[in-house]
Design a protein around this ligand. Sequence first.
Ligand code: ATP
Length: 306
Amino acid sequence: LMQLSVPLNFIGFIYREIRQGLTDIEQMFDLLDVPAEIEDRPDARPLAVAEGRVEFRDVHFSYDPNREILKGISFEVPAGKTVAIVGPSGAGKSTISRLLFRFYDVQSGKILIDGQDIGGVTQESLRSVIGMVPQDTVLFNDTIAYNIRYGRFDASAEDIRQAADLAQIGPFIEHLPDGYETMVGERGLKLSGGEKQRVAIARTILKAPPILMLDEATSALDSHTEQEIQAALDMVSRGRTTIVIAHRLSTVISADEIIVLKDGRIAERGRHAELLAKDGLYASMWARQREATEAEERLRIAREGD
Ligand code: ATP
């Protein structure tokens, strides 16, 4: 028995050493704040999209175990409809878009697309059906044509031109010295926030995904650019299931449902007029927003008057 216990002790020692080593690695990753890589399940199937209905069912999520960010979120976006998400900074709006794209897995609850839990499908198939138009688009150091074609690599030059026109950026591109062959990005022509967003919209028009995730810019754009972007977004979201993190009155007015998020919970929900009539959080948010816009407008008129 003695003969056996020595090697067993040794194995125990090795085991503890390895355990400690793994814990150290885990702690190191925690410190570096590297999100755990999401892997496809061994039995993951491709997502089959027929209509593009999206449902969040009692979703709970936290980045850190001791701080819950989403505390039981449920909503449904019927195929082809638009849901706007609004709420104060830090409420969890962008987190919802990250979860739909499955950059993270939910702690409990489900996110379903046409009844299929996105946790059980391949990430490639999931991401191929969702078009993302972020607030800040990072462009590749390549031509404008390449940056638009990225939405669908087999697109022809004519497809690219059409997408750019629909995204209200076509005439701008044609006036550049090298047109569609102009280099953009960090080492090329720097585009404004509104121009970059329209390139992203053109890319999404080419991709033609059944589901759209839009994140409207918070920064004030001049009203002409804003109208152009709004027209481009209306164009791309027509007939598509759309979730939009909304900052503009025009978006929420036309949304089929508005979800007001506060501290990770849905505080209010309904259409614009219903929420105004409630005179709660939504009504006060928009009153403040309107004051801010009016103040900016007065400032601009005063400046122009100088
Ligand atoms: P905003 O309108 O300011 O963009 P938001 O409503 O989109 O805010 P989220 O970006 O979803 O808010 O963030 C919700 C909360 O989650 C915030 O308190 C934020 O600090 C936290 N958070 C976001 N990303 C991470 C992360 N990678 N790790 C840890 N906490 C995070």
